[in-house]
Unconditional design. Structure first.
Length: 402
């Protein structure tokens, strides 16, 4: 057992096409290395899914094992588990080192081989657990630790032309899913049946647009009636009834890049109270889009929409922020906290940022107009008015079914 290696290189097969050209990853790494130099960091040890994917193109599946990306001034090396074979090598920009599970701590021995021992290291303070930090300190004996998470988040918030091109494709795929869902809505259908129609349509469309990609993690939340009260409520087997409020949510994932479409619909004509709330939320949505200009802070956007809803007696029914950044993110590894349209975020909007506008009003069961109302578009911040890259229509004129 002691003769087995702690780590090795398994460069099995040729490099596969990544979502971006090598020059894109090198530009990202250059930005990271500039942040490292400014902070006096000799090597960065990145362990989150989003940063490993952002700087290398490799989106790992942990399944209880640690993964990472070690960046020095000269090298960029993903560190992956042997269970994945050569896939991490084929799907990453740069080098790859495979660690074995013959002994605990082999991941950190592989990291130390690349990063070195006794050096000043950069880490992700919002991801490295207490247990992982203890392992890092035991195996790498760092001269100091610097949290690079804020710097990497700021870098990810500003999208390159290549990223925006991919996000456009994702928004178009989300629209395809929306069309399939709308077509599948029928009295008596289960939420599950409708959701599967949207998911399958998006998977097929992603494969058509990206024939050499990996396919995973695309999903749909389709909610009806009481189930619409939360934005992230999972799909159930509830059967649709005439008069139901419905919520369509499509989420295509393309190489770690998430996009979304969310719409309120009704199965049959909504009553007067429901129509009033729906139209008010649509108006808040359109007003919010008009606010997404360079120089405006996220907090200012939230405060102005708050005032808009307060004037209509609806602010108490708002349940979360009005939008967030897009790019490398997911429902299970999060997004840039520094670019959320909330009252406590002072980030200034800049051209090249990509954000959603997604106001939601939830009227409790038993009150007139009960249900959750939500519209969601993706906007590119430009020098002037924002560019809306979501095409699926919203509002009562388009989304009353039957």
């Amino acid at each position: 057992m002691s003769e087995r290696p702690a780590y090795y290189r398994f460069h099995n097969g040729d490099k596969a096409p990544l979502p971006f050209a090598g020059e894109e990853y090198e530009a990202r790494l250059a930005g990271l290395r500039a942040a490292m130099a400014e902070a006096g960091v000799e090597a960065a040890v990145l362990t989150s899914m989003h940063n490993v994917a952002y700087y290398s193109g490799f989106l790992y599946c942990a399944f209880g094992r640690p993964y990472g990306l070690v960046v020095t001034p000269e090298t960029s090396v993903t560190v992956s588990a042997g269970i994945d074979g050569g896939q991490p090598w084929r799907r990453c920009h740069g080098d790859n080192l495979t660690y074995t599970d013959w002994a605990r701590g082999n991941f950190w021995r592989a990291v130390a081989h690349v990063a070195g021992v006794g050096r000043r290291l950069g880490i992700e303070g919002d991801h490295l657990t207490l247990a992982a930090r203890a392992e890092l300190e035991a195996h790498l004996a760092p001269a100091g630790l610097t949290d690079l998470a804020p710097a990497t988040m700021r870098q990810r918030m500003r999208k390159s032309d290549a990223e925006i091109a991919l996000i456009r494709q994702g928004a178009a795929v989300a629209d395809v899913g929306g069309d399939a869902i709308r077509a599948a809505i029928a009295e008596g259908a289960r939420e599950l049946d409708v959701a599967m129609a949207g998911r399958d349509a998006m998977e097929i469309e992603i494969a058509r647009r990206f024939p050499e990609a990996e396919y995973r993690d695309t999903w749909v939340w389709f909610q009806s009636g009481l189930n619409t009260d939360g934005a992230h409520n999972p799909v159930t087997g509830r059967r649709l009834r005439r008069g139901d409020i419905l919520s369509l949510n499509t989420f295509p994932m393309i190489s770690g890049y998430y996009t979304a479409l969310e719409r309120t619909l009704f199965l049959g004509e909504p009553d007067a109270a429901s129509l009033r709330v729906w139209e008010a939320n649509v108006a808040a949505h359109e007003y919010g889009i008009s606010l997404l200009r360079p120089g405006v802070t996220c907090a200012e956007v939230a405060q102005r929409i708050n005032a808009f809803l307060a004037e209509r007696g609806l602010l108490e029914y708002r349940s979360f922020g009005y939008g967030h950044s897009f790019g490398v993110l997911s429902h299970y590894y999060g997004r840039e906290a520094g670019l959320e349209l909330r009252e406590d975020v002072e980030t200034v909007l800049e051209p090249g940022m990509v954000v959603s506008m997604e106001p939601m009003l939830t009227i409790p069961e038993g009150e007139p107009g009960a249900g959750g109302y939500r519209e969601h578009d993706i906007l590119i911040v430009t020098e002037g008015a924002p560019e809306n890259i979501t095409g699926f229509p919203y509002g009562p004129a388009h989304n009353v079914i039957g």
